[in-house]
Design a protein around this ligand. Structure first.
Ligand SMILES: [Mn+2]
Length: 319
């Protein structure tokens, strides 16, 4: 069984840690957990720095996250630089120059697409989350409540609270071990995962109100223009949940949500439920992603964009 100390080179004094661009719950949770674990259990490492691009407010409750650096400072040459949940070199956020300069580089990840861009790569594609990978690497006796909270947060965000198909018996055993540390799991799930701001809820309501049902209800679409977003006092971070809610419509196989990112340019999020390969649809528009979740960028006005993409989806729908 590989443990974290097996992956760390000997005689390291300084370590930098970073997650991916626009860090999600797993990136923030796994980075924070590793940061706290090394600080607590490796006193021989005299300097541990955590780099995260603007963590979302709902993840700020995790210990270590408020101290994360969002920019490169004076210290730049680490003995070891570790990325967590970063699938590709291009996705290292602000800390990429530090990764380049480090004496040794270690990537800990769970993305099947990770080709191993570091000197040392520890990638478990069957793991639900990078947090699950780390839980296996850590000595359970050395995990305290704060570390357990960070790991648990990463796991619930990447599994949709143990719902998505990436959830395995191993995931649940890891979660059980973390619960033994006395974490307040109900609060973590509500505060970091379920809770929406008033603006986010209003925006969701608005987008659901204007949704359209196509192909006998098998495809549900909606859109949001910049003018509509501004009228709701919302930002680009406020509509993550819309496409997921559209997907949950009874009888729907596909959901399409198009949102304007600059005048005349729409990002399109696609989701499917049972069989439709939305990655293939997105690729027709120069995008990509997964079989059940993908995205692309399409120029036009909202109606034109939804018409183009929904027609491409319609061709793939079964009767
Ligand atoms: Mn992840």
């Amino acid at each position: 069984m590989t443990m974290i100390n097996d992956l760390l080179p000997e005689h390291i004094r300084t370590v930098g840690i970073a997650g991916h661009v626009n860090p999600d719950g797993d990136a923030v949770g796994s980075c924070a957990a590793l940061f706290l674990y090394l600080k607590k259990n490796r006193p021989d490492i005299t300097r541990v720095d955590l780099y995260l691009e603007a963590p979302k407010p709902e993840l700020m409750f995790l210990k270590g996250v408020p101290e994360a650096l969002t920019e490169i400072g004076a210290f730049t040459e680490y003995d070891l630089f570790i990325t967590c949940d970063v699938s590709d070199y291009e996705r290292i956020a602000v800390a990429a120059p530090l990764f380049d300069k480090a004496v040794k580089r270690l990537a800990i990840d769970h993305h099947v697409s990770n080709a191993g861009f570091a000197d040392i790569n520890y990638i478990l594609p069957d793991a639900s989350s990078c947090a699950e990978v780390l839980t296996g690497l850590f000595d359970m006796d050395l995990i305290d409540r704060d570390i357990a909270e960070a790991l648990y947060t990463g796991m619930i965000h990447d599994t949709g609270v143990f719902q998505y198909s990436n959830t395995s018996p191993v995931t649940m055993r890891c979660a059980a071990a973390l619960m033994e540390k006395g974490i307040d799991f109900s609060r973590i799930i509500d505060d970091s995962f379920n809770t929406r701001t008033f603006i986010q809820n209003r925006l969701l309501g608005y987008c659901l109100q204007k949704a359209a049902s196509l192909y006998d209800g098998r495809c549900i679409v909606s859109s949001l223009t910049l003018a509509e977003r501004d009228a709701l006092s919302a930002t680009s971070k406020d509509h993550d949940i819309v496409v997921s809610q559209l997907r949950l419509t009874e009888g729907a196989e596909a959901a399409i949500f198009a949102y304007e990112t600059e005048p005349g340019i729409f990002k399109v999020s696609l989701r499917s439920n049972l069989y439709l390969d939305v990655s293939a649809v997105a690729q027709r528009f120069g995008g990509g992603g997964h079989v059940r979740a993908s995205g692309c960028t399409v120029p036009g006005n909202a109606d034109e964009v939804l018409k183009k993409v929904s027609e491409a989806v319609g061709e793939c729908l079964k009767d």
